[in-house]
Design a protein around this ligand. Structure first.
Ligand code: NAG
Ligand code: NAG
Ligand code: NAG
Ligand code: NAG
Ligand code: NAG
Ligand code: NAG
Ligand code: NAG
Length: 240
């Protein structure tokens, strides 16, 4: 009987009763291709990529204890063999990233599930391409919404702007670099002598990011206003 009980429990958990559901929704006017990169040792979800037409949504299940990041890719062209590239967030000539991260600058939704709560955040530490929000539902705890709906590209300082070099949106601003990646300076990256939360403070650049997306990470030690927790929730991840 104990064996049968164990078998049923294993069977039910394999069915996904413990899974967290991510619903990805594209509120943008353009098609986007979300990329998904799992944390070390965690299974890749959906082979790491999918396509979402405007207003379309997709449901993805993450197993208990999953961690990883989800980011939007824009301006992609893929052929019938699913090979091609993207203007922003590219993961190396393919539609399904399957273990490869997105090329910055790119906005990130980050999750560490069941540790023992779910930790989640929106991060602009790799820069910004399009707005990303996380809306929890049905969980216990603080479960704050992380809304980032402003187009930071409209407020991006000239020295951080990334312009498209082809396509319908040629020469328009498609992304905004994080100052750490643009200038590689310890005070922006919180590295070297600045690898300390009491020393690495918001910069004149990070406040531009914070103003546009107040609940998102604008620099590496932005934890106090940018990390959120919830337990047993499902999550809507909204693009734009
Ligand atoms: C979508 O397009 C409409 C009409 O062109 C525009 O008013 C709106 O701001 C656009 N929305 C986004 C998220 O780009
Ligand atoms: C998600 O898409 C389905 C159709 O694929 C639709 O019925 C549903 O209303 C959509 N949900 C949201 C939140 O947009
Ligand atoms: C990206 O794709 C475009 C269109 O298919 C192609 O012209 C370009 O050479 C590709 N770029 C790279 C780096 O492969
Ligand atoms: C994903 O990557 C794994 C490990 O490198 C490989 O075994 C698998 O075939 C890949 N799947 C796809 C769809 O590319
Ligand atoms: C939950 O939110 C409240 C009010 O925002 C805050 O005082 C409290 O510290 C938070 N608790 C946790 C566990 O984050
Ligand atoms: C993109 O725009 C730039 C600047 O206006 C122009 O020099 C370039 O030829 C354009 N490229 C394409 C592929 O249209
Ligand atoms: C930020 O400060 C640096 C160094 O003091 C200066 O060169 C840069 O122009 C400033 N940028 C903005 C957007 O204020």
């Amino acid at each position: 009987m104990a064996f049968l009980h164990t078998f049923i429990v294993l069977f039910l958990s394999a069915l996904g009763s413990d899974a967290t559901v991510f619903r990805l929704k594209n509120n943008c006017n353009e098609t986007i291709w979300p990329g998904i990169l799992s944390g070390s040792g965690k299974p890749q979800l959906n082979n790491g990529g999918l396509k979402l037409n405007p207003k379309e949504n997709a449901t993805i299940k993450a197993p208990k204890g999953w961690s990883g990041r989800i980011w939007p890719r824009t301006g992609c062209t893929f052929d019938a063999q699913h090979r091609g590239n993207c203007t922003t967030g590219d993961c190396g000539l393919r539609e399904q990233c399957n273990g490869t991260g997105g090329e910055p600058p790119v906005s990130l939704a980050e999750f560490t599930l069941d540790s023992p709560m779910d930790f989640y955040d929106v991060s602009l530490v790799d820069g910004f391409n399009i707005p990303v929000s996380i809306i929890p539902s049905g969980g216990k705890g603080n479960c704050s919404e992380v809304k980032c709906v402003n187009d930071l590209n409209l407020h991006c300082p000239v020295e951080l702007q990334v312009r498209s070099s082809n396509g319908r949106r040629n020469n328009t601003i498609v992304a905004c670099k994080n100052p750490c990646i643009a200038f590689r300076k310890p005070e922006y990256c919180c590295s070297g002598a600045f690898n300390n939360p009491n020393i690495c403070k918001p910069s004149n650049y990070s406040i531009v990011f914070k103003r546009s997306c107040p609940r998102a990470y604008s620099y590496p030690y932005d934890d106090l206003t940018s990390t959120f927790t919830c337990k047993g929730a499902n999550y809507d991840i909204l693009f734009c």
